[in-house]
Design a binder for this molecule. Structure first.
Ligand SMILES: [Cu+2]
Length: 266
């Protein structure tokens, strides 16, 4: 360590690093102020549900952040690896124990994690917000019960709603109105299951002895696959269901058919 002056030669590169960071921060900040609507959904459809509107930008920005951090880290690794290749047999100058640099590389990841945590927590509380039971805002109510190995749906919009029970051979269909909020009451009869509609970027556990609530609006008419995303037993992979988004008028017709069949059965 003789002849090793502190602060060491690394400061020249550190200066460049700080300059780079100073330039990249406003760049990222200016990017965040622009819309993500032109960016690819990266595997997720845009606007399929009210949840997508919140979680898609979070998903996209998490990837962009990972990209920026990844490229920056790759440069930090590659640059010294190529720039400071072995030139002769002389033992190179050792540059460990640089307190400012150590503080910096502890602080920067902490800031990255804190920023990601802030946006995730903010969006998560928005996504999991449900309309209270006594609220004046009208929402549809559907009860979802998970069983080994299928789903049961009950539409609380109609009195004496029949319980629709699916089987692995006949997956049930969850019919929901387009553009109208639906509040789901999630329960399970036996073990832990997960109510998951991949296209809507939403999932919540269906637990025995616990009632969970979830509320969202499906925006586009169509059919979407539903899954159980918690390994719940032998036939877990067959716990499928289908979400059918229909117009509010068709939803009313569907409910009328259900209450008609319930009356007939009674
Ligand atoms: Cu399951």
């Amino acid at each position: 360590m003789d002849g090793y002056s502190y602060p060491m030669r690394f400061t020249r590169n550190a200066k460049k690093g700080v300059l780079g960071a100073l330039f990249s921060v406003p760049l990222v900040a200016s990017l965040t102020s622009c819309s993500t609507s032109n960016i690819s959904g990266m595997g997720f459809p845009k606007g399929a549900s009210s949840v997508n509107d919140t979680s898609l930008p979070l998903w996209q920005w998490a990837w962009i952040t990972a990209g920026v951090v990844g490229v920056f880290t790759a440069i930090l690794i590659m640059y010294p690896a190529f720039r400071h290749r072995r030139k002769n047999d002389e033992f190179p100058k050792q540059t460990q124990y640089n307190i400012p640099v150590e503080i910096l590389y502890t602080l920067i990841p902490f800031i990255i994690v804190a920023v990601l945590f802030y946006f995730t927590a903010k969006d998560e509380s928005k996504i999991t917000k449900v309309t209270p039971n006594n609220s004046a805002t009208a929402v549809h109510n559907i009860e979802v019960n998970a069983i080994q190995w299928s789903w049961q749906f009950k539409y609380d919009d109609i009195a004496n709603s029949p319980t629709i029970t699916g089987t692995p051979a006949q997956p049930p269909v969850l019919v929901v109105p387009q553009g109208e909020a639906v509040k789901y009451t999630l329960t399970a009869s036996d073990v832990v299951h997960g109510f998951w509609i991949p296209a809507f970027m939403i999932q919540m556990q269906a637990l025995p002895h616990v009632t969970n609530h979830l509320e969202f609006t499906a925006n586009k008419i169509g059919e979407y696959p539903g899954r159980c995303n918690i390994l719940c037993g032998r036939n877990h992979s067959e716990m499928l269901f289908k979400v059918k988004v229909v117009s509010p008028a068709d939803y009313k017709t569907y409910l009328a058919t259900l209450s008609g069949s319930a009356k007939k059965a009674a």
